[in-house]
Write a protein that binds this ligand. Sequence first.
Ligand SMILES: CC(C)(COP(=O)(O)OP(=O)(O)OC[C@H]1O[C@@H](n2cnc3c(N)ncnc32)[C@H](O)[C@@H]1OP(=O)(O)O)[C@@H](O)C(=O)NCCC(=O)NCCSC(=O)CCCC(=O)O
Ligand SMILES: Cc1cc2nc3c(=O)[nH]c(=O)nc-3n(C[C@H](O)[C@H](O)[C@H](O)COP(=O)(O)OP(=O)(O)OC[C@H]3O[C@@H](n4cnc5c(N)ncnc54)[C@H](O)[C@@H]3O)c2cc1C
Length: 663
Amino acid sequence: MEGVDYLRDERKKSEFDVEAMKVAWAGSREAFQVSDRMAKLVANDPVFEKFSKPTLGRKEMFKNTLRKAAYAWKLINDLHLTEEEAKWLRHYIDEPNYTDLQWEMFVPALEGQGSEEQKRKWLPLAQTMQIIGTYAQTELAHGSNVQGLETTATFDHETDQFVIHSPTLTSSKWWPGGMAKVATHAIVYARLIIDGHFYGVHGFIVQLRSLEDHSTLPGITVGDIGMKFGHGAYNTMDNGVLRFDRVRIPRNQMLMRVSQVTKEGKYVQSDVPRQLAYGTMVSVRQTIVSDASKALSRAVCIATRYSAIRRQFGSHDGGPETQVIDYKTQQSRLFPLLASAFAFRFVSEWLKSLQTDVKQRLEAKDFSTLPEAHACTAGLKSLTTAATADGIEECRKLCGGHGYLISSGLPELYAYYVPACTYEGENVVMMLQVARFLVKTVSEMSYKQPVGTADYLGRMAPLMHNNCDVQTAEDWLNPSAIVKAFETRAVRMIVDCSQRIAKFENQEEGFAELSTDLVEASLAHCQLIVVSTFIQRLKQEIPGKGVKQSLEVLCYVYALYLLHKHQGDFLATGYLTSKQASLANDQLKTLYSKVRPNAIALVDSFNHTDHYLSSVLGRYDGNVYPKLYEAARKDPLNDSDIADGINQYVQPILKQKLHLAKL
Ligand SMILES: CC(C)(COP(=O)(O)OP(=O)(O)OC[C@H]1O[C@@H](n2cnc3c(N)ncnc32)[C@H](O)[C@@H]1OP(=O)(O)O)[C@@H](O)C(=O)NCCC(=O)NCCSC(=O)CCCC(=O)O
Ligand SMILES: Cc1cc2nc3c(=O)[nH]c(=O)nc-3n(C[C@H](O)[C@H](O)[C@H](O)COP(=O)(O)OP(=O)(O)OC[C@H]3O[C@@H](n4cnc5c(N)ncnc54)[C@H](O)[C@@H]3O)c2cc1C
């Protein structure tokens, strides 16, 4: 038998309707159809070929990406693609480039932080790509600490302009994507100075390059910051360094939704909270959660298919060896990741609806849910990206030696994905933001009832004193038992930290002293959100034979895997006995055997094309070994029998050896 037959047999074992699961994964039939159509469009167009990327040099790689982005823009216009379709098209092209910044950051920043007048002027230009923008916030010396940025924007009364300046080397903008070579404009974050007074960091629209010949404008120095981790990965993006030498922009190019500067140089704060200036980051963090499920599902798809094909040991009487997916250890590493991909998918859907709700409220000047939205996006961004980056690396290891080959698709995916733990808010820094929200919520509880994702903190009294009543492994197959366990663990960790902080005279000092515990408590809170959201999703109607049942199994796998992994927390907070924790682990093992027959069908439900996976190991048809061989033969080193350099550098050594032998 070959890999092709193995996967065919595996697909026959499936206990659910794969087509219906594809819809459940996508969120709706329409969402499935759009993403499916775009995936196929990209996969079937030779312009989007990407297998040769690892062999290209930086300049060729960059140019190739520009070519693809230009072609994609042509398709978007020629085929009159909707915004949603265009988003999927860009996603499936699968090469970071300047358009990511244009659509994910520049346009949202204009939308969220521009005044109505500014939006009328700038949005049509950006949306039709007559200008290309980037988001220039991070500097050489400051990324996380936004208030520490050094670039200055000084108001000049006489000319009614701002003077944008980089006063120090460390104030150089450093990292913004698309900035080095492509962007014509940037939203530059700088300290506002009026008459010698500082008014905090604000965003300014600054033109960097001529729209005629693309040359940099006077006073602007811009370039690339150099190669990044991995060979291909993020190196298709021109992350840049940018310095300003007293560059002048008109006053009306400061983003003026949150605060304004008048012609007279008066600083006026709108009736909206200053945190709205951070709004772009909130919306991008939500997208990052959705991207985490895509990246993890991709790695899991590769590792699961390959695990069903790969056989090692266990052959008796010349029969076939054991499929590595049948080893319990392989299942215990792989299936929680499969379950996590679904968990992240559903939490990202929920986060999107939360975001839509917040946006509507903001329009109506209701800012009450902004802190929660910030805490949720920051925390879930941190949780999902950390688990996804680790998960991709685990999938590489699950594929043994072949996982280390570029043709497995996993090294590239990891190198491309891993900066998500850092950009858009470094993960630990983000968890500390969640901690601030939680500690504040607890401290305000005497006069303010917690709501939304923090509402369980309002049930603190019973949760502080309850004990778990699970007695058998089956008792763990109960959503309310699971939610109660996660709520209790989170509440006890948060209250413990809050009480210890309260003992410090200086609360900030207490917060800093307890920050490692606070990060763990925040993680417990975020895990509760993901688990609860998965459970809530299962309460909705989910059509298709066996689909809901399979998702229920995955939901329990996700929850009990976390419970097992963090059993120290559950035991230390006194909610569980070690017997109950061990029963949870027993149940987890039973659940793995329920996932096993459905594993291939579950990863098929992600509907990933071979083009998107770009992995010989994860091919849909399972034809792994012949294709591995073929991929290896295509390596440039195999172009000739005697490689360049052999005659020059190896032969002389060999000949010298002969000479010594004669002696
Ligand atoms: C860490 C903080 C949050 C700290 O903010 P701060 O004002 O210095 O300090 P603070 O006193 O803690 O905060 C003040 C207050 O602001 C709140 N807040 C903070 N962030 C937000 C938000 N996004 N929405 C709504 N509210 C927000 C905080 O909760 C505080 O609220 P409070 O005063 O407690 O009620 C901030 O500086 C930050 O967000 N840093 C991370 C920087 C970041 O994410 N940069 C992204 C650059 S762009 C990028 O990476 C693009 C990658 C693109 C790609 O290639 O894909
Ligand atoms: C691929 C990539 C693309 C990017 N694209 C853009 C872009 O388009 N535009 C843009 O403006 N920026 C961009 N960035 C920059 C990115 O947003 C920042 O790197 C990120 O916000 C982290 O900030 P930092 O580099 O200052 O990290 P640092 O804050 O210096 O982190 C270093 C370490 O310090 C720790 N630390 C920092 N502060 C605290 C604290 N208060 N408490 C405890 N620990 C702390 C962190 O946990 C971390 O371990 C990009 C970065 C990357 C890698």
